[in-house]
Ligand binder design. Structure first.
Ligand SMILES: Cc1cc2nc3c(=O)[nH]c(=O)nc-3n(C[C@H](O)[C@H](O)[C@H](O)COP(=O)(O)OP(=O)(O)OC[C@H]3O[C@@H](n4cnc5c(N)ncnc54)[C@H](O)[C@@H]3O)c2cc1C
Length: 370
């Protein structure tokens, strides 16, 4: 069988792009490593978030907003195609400010962002709320919380169900899926591109490296930078608690089954994915500061996972000049951007227009930083 696209990486980024290409009638083959590897898609917080994105790059804030607007249709169509509910909700979100300095900096950043983009000035909605005003959105909020920013664009989902839904729907549309298949080498040849694995070689006309942290090793073989590094995040999960109608926050959110997820750490720890007692203690204390009623809640799980970070934290969408038809895709908010990746990015890839339509996101910008 001849394939149009070979995708390396079955995390949420590769899966969303595969789903988008399959919906557009493409023949797609996907290679993914084993269960014991680095996989941000299986360790994240599940936020579909707009607030805070694109400070320093308004175009990224615009993409995040567009993805957030595309999410409701994306979620309902994906659930229908896959039969997997995503536990998705978009009723707005709060980003907590613990003190006045944080609040002032946040407000200044959002105003600056809006001043830099007519699109954001018009469509990015947000409001600063003091603690009293927050109480309607976050009942039970601790007394020492200063305030927070509210935005109607934010939401959350179950990220594991999202991944399962993307895989299920993609398989139904004919995805040729090869898990446990570690790619060792990539090469360009007469058929297009070939990936060498220990289990054999796989080829397609075009190739997309969506390998998360694996991009650093794989993408340079095709003239792409794959410039990413790991940034650890840890998450605590409480036992199931009575459901309270509270908006999600990056710091803490209650999931559909009643557990609270407490997270939002950013740690330079190399490839170490451990959950550490010192960070767990800090997260637990912060969770109780936000919601004092969690004081006696049992913690039932904790984990560390590695974010796929680019040097400036914004997405990396690369098209190879040396090897036309080869692409690299990395981002640190693959859940939030899933709807965008499955729609506009897949469309741009199909027509080989990614470098035109999303030129700001190429690796050329990295020569401007440092
Ligand atoms: C703690 C934490 C919280 C987060 N919270 C959020 C959030 O709330 N909202 C949000 O939008 N994002 C969040 N993120 C980020 C999000 O999880 C990532 O952006 C996303 O998962 C990246 O997906 P990916 O497919 O690029 O990478 P991965 O999930 O790492 O997948 C890469 C895949 O490539 C495969 N691979 C790598 N090398 C090879 C190879 N040589 N051969 C074959 N396969 C290979 C791997 O097996 C893996 O399956 C969070 C991340 C962390 C760590």
């Amino acid at each position: 069988m001849q394939f149009d696209f070979l995708i390396i990486g079955g995390g949420v980024v590769g899966m969303a792009v595969a789903y988008g290409l399959l919906r557009r009638g493409q023949k797609v083959i996907m290679l993914d490593e084993g269960d014991d590897v680095l996989r941000a898609s299986r360790g994240n917080a599940g936020l579909t978030w707009v607030q805070g994105k694109g400070i320093g790059m308004p175009r990224y804030a615009e993409l995040s907003l567009q993805s957030s607007d595309a999410w409701p249709f994306f979620a309902s169509e994906l659930s229908e195609r896959s039969g997997v509910p995503l536990e998705y909700s978009r009723q707005g979100g709060i980003d907590i400010c613990f003190d006045v300095q944080e609040a002032e900096a946040r407000v200044a950043n959002y105003r600056k962002l809006q001043a830099s983009s007519p699109y954001l000035a018009r469509y990015f909605q947000w409001e600063y709320l003091d603690r009293q005003a927050l109480l309607t959105h976050l009942p039970g909020l601790g007394e020492s919380i200063h305030g927070g920013t509210w935005s109607p664009h934010d939401g959350h989902c179950n990220p594991l169900l999202l991944l399962r839904a993307l895989l299920t729907a993609s398989l139904k549309m004919g995805l040729s899926y090869h898990p446990g298949c570690s790619v060792q080498r990539l090469e360009s040849n007469i058929v297009g591109f070939t990936a060498n694995t220990l289990g054999g070689n796989f080829s397609a006309e075009r190739i997309i490296v969506a390998a998360g942290l694996g991009a650093k090793h794989l993408s340079p073989m095709l003239g792409l930078s794959g410039e990413v590094f790991p940034l650890r995040g840890q998450i605590l999960v409480t036992e199931k608690m009575p459901l309270i109608s509270q908006l999600p926050t990056p710091q803490i959110r209650q999931t559909g089954n009643g557990s609270y997820l407490i997270g939002d750490t950013h740690e330079h720890a190399g490839l170490n994915r451990d959950a550490t007692t010192s960070i767990m203690a800090k997260l637990a204390a912060r969770g109780v500061r936000i919601y004092p009623h969690l004081k006696n809640a049992n913690i039932v799980r904790a984990w560390g996972a590695l974010r796929v970070m680019t040097p400036d934290g914004f997405p990396l969408y690369e098209s190879s000049r040396a090897y036309p038809g080869a692409y690299n895709i990395n981002c640190h908010s693959g859940i939030s951007l899933a709807a965008f990746h499955a729609e506009e990015l897949a469309q741009a890839l199909l027509h080989d227009r990614m470098s035109h339509e999303f030129s700001e996101f190429s690796s050329a910008r990295f020569s401007k930083i440092n």
